[in-house]
Design a protein around this ligand. Structure first.
Ligand code: F1P
Length: 596
């Protein structure tokens, strides 16, 4: 079933727009990423896009189901589930909607989330759990117990997560009470078809059964094609944004219907309203005023300097916007092979306001997320090598974050305020170390389309649009900073952690593509790097992939070592490690050695 012109699924392909991102200046990086992002709405090649009839029809159907559950929440629930960024966004959206239901409608919350690896994965990547369909199914079974009606939304950007396939399989066996929805960004015939350990099905086989259920109105598949990611395979970027757009719109329209049924009666032309909202999001994503670009380029330069000088990037924020900092930070270790401490997020109130299932994860100060912990443990040690990014909304004035500004200004760190309105006092700039990044959203253009919604929903839509702007901006900052650190070659992540089946195969295909070697050669070199040996044993060579990834997750720099093993004749593991110690930026090591 896995079919494509060059053997790679679209979400794993390299985007031509960013092929030279690794040698580009900050402003160019911003332009290239922004250009790629347009494909979320413009679509890609001849494939179905977000405005295609079938996708709109599926959205309609999901809205119907969500409206039903929000109207009758007793013994019902909407569960969003995913792995990595997809699971974090499931958590993010479910928390946001539950708050809206309680605050604005006085209703009981009916949204829930699941994430592979449990709550710790909200903070730190634990990708090995993404390969387990049986676990996925068992956890969904527990959540559905005692419920009469469930709307299940499984998110896997690449149509590749076994955890989600297991849950969809569960849904297909319980269609009497569960309505399954699949969100992803490949055509269905590119769903992952690799064998799954200890299971007799694949993502492709399960999703194909889901397609049959869709054809009789018992399921929905939302898989607009949005083109390859700016950094190859980095689905936290466009994939994450498109996921949030789809989830936002499902809830915005459903809530509109629920609110209207209490006041003006039924909403007609649901399809038209979905389109209005899609256009709004498109406009927001198109907006990149010159001032924003210039300011963002300065921030990226500062953040890149921090990483290059072994400093840190710290995101500090409040509530949902602050959470976007945590989400952005969480993907840096697996994507760029960085340390958890390199890019960290903190929110006001920490775990006590997080609203996750497991509460305080008790991971100790090295993983704490509370701004108070930042104040206690990090603030005293800040230096000019660190960048602090405050994510503020105009409504955040006068809280903890405000007073933090003053504290940070007393240090030599670079402080950036990401705001939705110009509130930060330019006069406060000390020694050029304070930067301001203003997220200009063209609100005036939106007055008319937003006018059709009830006031409390208008407020929610504006909040959601701001969230999208903050998400894309933070993604750009952390991605570009790692690009400036040399963690990307062309547009490939060359220090990713091979921590699950998909990523193991991604590692092989990056080696094949970059070095022009065969898949077999690439695999042997990767295994040598994983097991740190020049002579693989039979057990290492023929072991299951789960064994390789368990070892890969404990071994740093697997891909950089592999690159050296494959590029220098007779290179030993020892030599590769020594070379990397000499040239820590892989790009430099690779360039230097490929000339030898
Ligand atoms: C899930 C995911 C990504 C992460 C990495 C590993 O992908 O955890 O969020 O960046 O690529 O996989 P998907 O199932 O949403 O495609």
């Amino acid at each position: 079933m896995e079919a494509s012109s060059n053997g790679l699924r679209i979400t794993e392909r390299s985007n031509p727009v960013t092929q030279n991102i690794d040698t580009s200046a900050p402003q160019d990086i911003i332009n290239q990423i922004s250009q790629c992002e347009q494909e979320i709405f413009q679509g890609w090649k001849e494939y179905e896009n977000i405005f295609s009839e079938r996708i709109l029809q599926s959205l309609d159907q999901v809205v119907d189901r969500a409206t039903e559950i929000i109207t009758n929440p007793e013994k019902s629930c909407i569960v969003m589930s995913g792995c990595g960024t997809s699971g974090r966004l499931a958590f993010f959206v479910s928390r946001d909607i539950n708050k809206f239901l309680q605050r604005e409608l006085g209703q009981i919350p009916c949204c829930d989330y699941l994430i592979a690896g449990g709550d710790v994965a909200l903070l730190k990547s634990t990708e090995a759990q993404e390969d387990d369909p049986i676990l996925g199914s068992a956890i969904l079974d527990q959540l559905c117990a005692g419920k009469d009606k469930v709307l299940y939304i499984g998110i896997t950007c690449g149509l590749s997560a076994a955890y989600i396939a297991g849950q969809i399989d569960y849904c297909l066996h319980h269609l009497d009470k569960v309505f399954p929805v699949l969100i992803g960004f490949n055509p269905l015939n590119q769903a992952r078809d690799h064998p799954i350990e200890k299971w007799d099905q694949t993502c492709a086989s399960v999703f194909s059964k889901l397609n049959e259920a869709q054809s009789v109105g018992k399921a929905a598949i939302l898989n607009p094609v949005i083109g390859p990611e700016p950094i190859t395979g980095s689905s936290r970027m466009k994939g994450g944004t498109a996921t949030k757009v789809l989830l936002d719109i499902i809830f915005q329209v459903s809530l509109y219907r629920v609110i209207s049924s209490k006041t003006e009666g039924a909403v007609h032309n649901v399809r038209g309203i979905i389109k209005v909202l899609l256009e709004l999001y498109f406009k927001v994503m198109q907006s990149r005023p010159r001032e924003w670009q210039l300011e963002l380029a300065d921030v990226i330069t500062a953040a890149g300097k921090s990483l290059n000088n072994d400093g840190h990037i710290y995101y500090l924020g409040k509530d949902q916007l602050g959470m976007l900092g945590l989400i952005d930070a969480s993907e840096c270790p697996p994507t760029f092979g960085s340390d958890f401490q390199d890019v960290r997020g903190f929110i006001q109130g920490g775990f006590s306001v997080w609203g996750n299932h497991e509460g305080d994860l008790g991971l100790g100060s090295k993983h704490d997320i509370d701004i108070q912990s930042f104040k206690k443990n990090i603030l005293p040690q800040l230096s000019d090598r660190d960048s602090i990014i405050l994510i503020c909304s105009s409504k955040d004035q006068g809280n903890d974050i405000d007073s933090l500004c003053e504290d940070i200004q007393k240090t030599s760190a670079v402080m950036v305020c990401v705001e939705d309105e110009r509130t930060f006092q330019k006069s406060a700039v000390i020694d050029g170390s304070n930067l301001e990044l203003y997220l200009q959203i063209p609100w005036t253009q939106f007055e008319e389309p937003l006018g059709i919604f009830p006031p409390q929903l208008q407020k929610q839509i504006r909040k959601n649009l701001l969230q999208i702007c903050v998400k894309r901006t933070l993604n750009m900052i952390s991605t570009a900073a790692h690009v400036l650190k040399g963690k990307v070659y062309q547009n490939y992540m060359i220090d990713l952690t091979l921590s699950n089946n998909k990523l193991f195969h991604r590692g092989i295909s990056i080696m094949v593509k970059l070095l022009g070697v065969t898949e077999d050669l690439a695999t042997v070199a990767i295994l040598r790097a994983i097991y740190s040996t020049d002579h693989l044993t039979e057990g290492q060579r023929d072991g299951p992939i789960s064994q390789h990834i368990a070892s890969a997750s404990r071994t740093p720099k697997v891909l950089p070592v592999t690159i050296l093993l494959l590029s220098i004749e007779n290179c030993t593991i020892e030599e590769a490690l020594q070379t990397l110690a000499k040239y820590p930026a892989i790009r430099t090591a690779f360039h230097t050695l490929s000339k030898v």
